[in-house]
Design a protein around this ligand. Structure first.
Ligand code: GAR
Length: 202
């Protein structure tokens, strides 16, 4: 039976699309059962709708307290009984309530080699720092900003003529492949977290 994925997005949703494409093959071992967003009108939601997958939108501004939004997000995810929640370009930090329910089965993808260049501008910050190698990281979400245990990483060289869009596009090619491979291995082989160490498979 396929593992159930809920994917959270805020933008273009190309990582979501890579997961959707992978899930088309039954051997991949997972199905995207819902896509959630923190804003309406984004391509990520349109991709889900085209694929016939249920969507939900929960805007922080529509809730009196951040904790209320957090609970609503957790309830919405819970309604689809996910085995794994995947943050794929979801530009919101979740709170303790969400983590209490999904900690240990909530992964995020980041466009830099953590712990370098955490936060909203991983690609820009790597470029400005002048690193020659950057990359992407799939990690378990914890209460910090991009501080959770690392599940997988891949390196991407920075070119002399890169700007933010060219570097981000090249990182995203590697990132999509890493996310698909990592999520697939997790759902097919299982995973465990011991302190900062994540083990996928046996
Ligand atoms: C991805 O590169 C992801 O790592 C990044 O947003 C992009 C989403 O692309 N996330 C962050 O920077 C989170 N801090 P997509 O919408 O095309 O999948």
């Amino acid at each position: 039976m396929s593992a159930r994925l809920v994917v959270l997005v805020s933008g273009a949703g190309t990582n979501l699309q890579a997961l959707l494409d992978a899930c088309a093959d039954e051997a991949y071992g997972a199905a995207v059962v819902a896509v959630g967003a923190d804003r309406p009108g984004i391509e990520g939601l349109a991709r889900a709708q085209r694929a016939g997958i249920p969507t939900f939108v929960l805007r922080v501004a529509d809730y009196p307290l951040r904790a209320d939004w957090d609970r609503a997000l957790a309830d919405a995810c819970d309604g689809f009984s996910p085995d794994l929640v995947v943050s794929a370009g979801f530009m919101k930090l979740v709170g303790p309530g969400f983590l209490a329910r999904f900690g240990g089965r909530f992964v995020n993808t980041h466009p830099a080699l953590l712990p370098a260049f955490a936060g909203m501008h991983g690609v820009r910050d790597a470029l400005e720092y002048g690193v020659k190698i950057t990359g992407c990281t799939v990690f378990m979400v914890d209460s910090g900003t991009d501080t959770g245990p690392v599940v997988a990483q891949a390196a991407v060289p920075v070119r002399d003529d890169d700007d933010i869009p060219t570097l981000h596009e090249r990182v995203k090619v590697t990132e999509r492949a890493l996310l698909v491979e990592t999520v697939g291995r997790m759902v097919r082989e299982g995973w465990s977290v011991h302190g900062r160490k994540v083990k996928v498979g046996h």
